[in-house]
Design a protein around this ligand. Structure first.
Ligand code: SF4
Length: 348
């Protein structure tokens, strides 16, 4: 099958142009059509000779994300269910903040990590996305914002899938995103979120980029974390924390811990106490996320006062902590919920 044009970095397009015996500057023109003018076909690349457009057509496919469904929240969050060429569906979310527009992308169809509070993992992993299929989500989001003269100012890799189990595609995607001749999104405005795939965390730290790293920690110790996140049996709590310390040491960057509060499970003051002990001297920030209701799991929400109490206990340990403002709650914006519903309706 022909690769997607968005799978290629500028350097790879340059190599391809060279192989075709075409003038080197054509590569820059192609990149410009893809990311600055944001066309949807090779035919629209009108400053390229017809012969080059034909070669592009013969060698590559455009990623076509078909919009299966679109849900708009009262708070401006827009969630898309996009169809891929092989009939799989993925979710992408545009979040509107007063400081800009953020896009949450998906890196895999489904997920095999098995976090017990997450709908994305219910059907297991179907396949990895290619770099171009991740890139296309942001390009599509930018095209949606274009008529309003708005731009995608930040990206979070927090949609369905574990990006560090699709490491090379994720890194390819990131390189295209931050390229000054492409969408030119500042590395500091991009966050990759992982469930704690330790070898990839180390590799990512060694890349020494300015891209932010977030860890889904969700528990203050090994036993509880293994219950909530089976991946903890592969990469235990202490190893994840050590990999975080390595990242901080290598990059000098603050790390974010995502902590989904689940009523009566991991949201007691003693859990906050224990977490605070682990994190108290680290350059980090904790994001408390009141868990979204996943009908397939029997979790209840943490009462408001308990959320604030959890925050207070952490603050007493001098841990920087915020409660995530929920977006798109009315449109099932938590990862995997729309796709799960879509799978129910398409599989009967
Ligand atoms: S939370 Fe993320 S890593 Fe965990 S199952 Fe869901 S998509 Fe996978």
């Amino acid at each position: 099958m022909k690769p997607f044009i968005y799978d290629l970095s500028l350097e790879q397009i340059q190599d391809w142009i060279k192989e075709q015996g075409e003038a080197a500057f054509r590569a820059g023109q192609i990149f410009d059509w893809l990311y600055v003018k944001r066309v949807s076909s090779f035919e629209e690349m009108t400053n390229l000779p017809k012969s080059v457009r034909e070669k592009l057509n013969d060698g590559f496919r455009f990623v076509t994300l078909t919009e299966i469904a679109k849900f708009e929240s009262k708070d401006g969050t827009v969630k898309f269910l996009f169809g891929l060429h092989d009939n799989h569906a993925i979710e992408t979310v545009i979040m509107r903040h007063n400081y800009g527009n953020s896009v949450c992308v998906t890196t895999q169809v489904g997920c095999r990590i098995g976090c017990t509070f997450c709908a994305s993992t219910l059907g297991g992993l179907k396949r990895n996305l290619t770099p171009g299929e991740i890139v296309a989500q942001v390009v599509q989001a930018q095209k949606i914002l274009d008529p309003e003269n708005e731009r995608v100012s930040s990206i979070v890799i927090m949609g369905s899938g574990e990006p560090f189990e699709n490491y090379d595609a994720t890194m390819g995607f990131l390189r295209t995103m931050i390229h000054p001749k492409g969408l030119n999104i500042g590395a500091r405005h991009i966050t990759v979120s992982t469930s704690g795939i330790v070898p990839s965390m180390i590799k990512f730290a060694d890349e020494n980029t300015q891209i932010n790293l977030a860890i889904s920690i969700h528990a203050p110790n090994d036993t509880l974390r293994s219950k909530l996140m089976p991946v903890n049996r592969r990469f235990p709590f202490v190893d994840v924390i050590n990999a975080c310390k390595y990242y901080i040491e290598k990059t000098g960057r603050r790390i974010t811990f995502e902590y989904a509060l689940i009523g009566g499970v991991n949201d007691r003051p003693e859990h906050a106490e224990e977490l605070g002990e682990v994190l108290k001297d680290m350059l980090c920030h904790v994001n408390l996320i009141p868990v979204n209701y996943v009908p397939e799991r029997n979790y209840v929400r943490t009462p408001r006062d308990d959320i604030f109490e959890f925050q207070r206990v952490l603050q007493k340990k001098n841990v920087n902590v915020t409660i995530r403002r929920e977006q798109g709650h009315d449109i099932a914006a938590a990862c995997g919920q729309l796709r799960a519903k879509h799978m129910e309706t398409t599989t009967g």
